[in-house]
Design a protein. Structure first.
Length: 351
């Protein structure tokens, strides 16, 4: 639901509908919609939040459905920040690595245990319906946050997910002509949707872009060199990512016996040429070290990985790839440098 969350304004520099948080017109609009005063400052990225904790500018956090103790770059620095907080609330469906740092844990309902909508990258708004009851004291996320808001004295009166969706429709042009009852009947509708009785567009901008001449604008990329240069000691490039079997930090997928059978342990993918030069065999344990940290991990030879490049999935807590990555941010997208870290590959003395 990354698309749906972004559409709804779950980005530190945007309100819903991608309205900038420092735009006076957008601020006035959402202050009127929500009947409250809003800050005129941009929010902080996840990496900025970690820096602010270390600078004693943030004392407490409320983390919902995220696992920064595994997903943040330079994990030693990030985990130290989580440990430094005076108070941490974690709301999630499982006891994640991040929840281990929490002072309060709020048990949330999983996808089959609640009703609501999600929007995928293909712009399909999809209705999800509760199939089973949540276990124990677990509750849907909207119910938990609504209860907290009410106990803080805020005038929230949501009684069901439909109430929230109706408010989203007033704030998000992407949901125009896609009302709750239609989703309930059709299960999913793609946006943009021209009319309540018509299907959404499979292709965006087929009739032209929202520019004066209806043409798209190409912008040249300003490619900056990485801040983590290769040298004699750190001669390999590390890139990190996900696996088919394990999504993101593995908070859900690593609790599946079937998926764990398919991919049971951490590994580093290396090209055969590099392995031959280092006298490394498949299954050997190597030490992967960056300027920020070091892990031990087993080798998997795969020539889809180019010589000089290594790949490590970041789902495995026992060999956390993000102990190695840098918190340097892309200046525009504010995304950390997950795809490039200078590392060394050595064979541990005891191996």
């Amino acid at each position: 639901n990354v698309q749906g969350a972004s559409d709804a304004g779950l980005i530190p520099m945007f309100f819903p509908n991608y309205q900038k948080t420092n735009d006076p017109k957008a601020i006035a609009h959402f202050e009127s919609l929500w009947a409250t005063r809003l800050s005129q400052k941009e929010g902080l990225t996840v990496v900025d939040i970690i820096h602010a904790i270390h600078a004693d500018e943030i004392k407490s956090m409320y983390i919902m459905g995220e696992n920064p103790a595994m997903s943040d770059p330079n994990l030693s620095h990030a985990r130290a920040a989580l440990a430094k907080l005076d108070h941490l609330v974690v709301q999630d469906i499982f006891l994640t690595e991040t929840a281990m740092f929490a002072d309060v844990i709020l048990p949330a309902a999983a996808w089959p245990e609640k009703t609501g909508t999600v929007t995928n990258t293909n712009r399909q708004v999809q209705m999800g319906r509760q199939a089973i009851k949540p276990p124990g004291h677990a509750k849907p996320d909207w119910w938990i946050t609504n209860q907290i808001a009410q106990r803080l004295g805020l005038s929230t009166d949501y009684s069901q997910p439909k109430d929230i969706y109706l408010e989203m429709q007033t704030a998000m042009s992407s949901l125009k002509n896609i009302d709750w009852d239609r989703l309930d009947a059709e299960h999913s509708v793609t946006y943009p949707c021209p009319a309540p009785d018509q299907a959404g567009f499979d292709i965006v901008f087929a009739d032209g872009f929202p520019t004066a001449d209806k043409r798209g604008k190409f912008v040249p990329a300003d490619v900056l060199p990485p801040n983590d240069p290769l040298d004699e000691k750190y001669s390999f490039i590390l890139t990190t990512g996900r696996l088919l079997e394990h999504w993101h930090t593995g908070a859900i997928s690593r609790r599946s016996d079937l998926l764990n059978t398919l991919e049971p342990e951490a590994f580093v993918q290396m090209n055969q040429t590099d392995c031959m030069q280092l006298n490394i065999q498949p299954g050997d344990t190597v030490q992967v070290t960056s300027r920020r940290g070091s892990i031990q991990i087993k080798v998997r030879i795969d020539d889809k990985v180019q010589p000089g490049l290594v790949f490590i999935p970041f789902a495995f807590v026992e060999s956390s790839a993000n102990l190695l990555t840098s918190e340097d941010l892309d200046p525009s997208g504010k995304i950390p440098e997950f795809k490039y870290s200078a590392v060394s590959i050595t064979v541990p003395e005891h191996a």
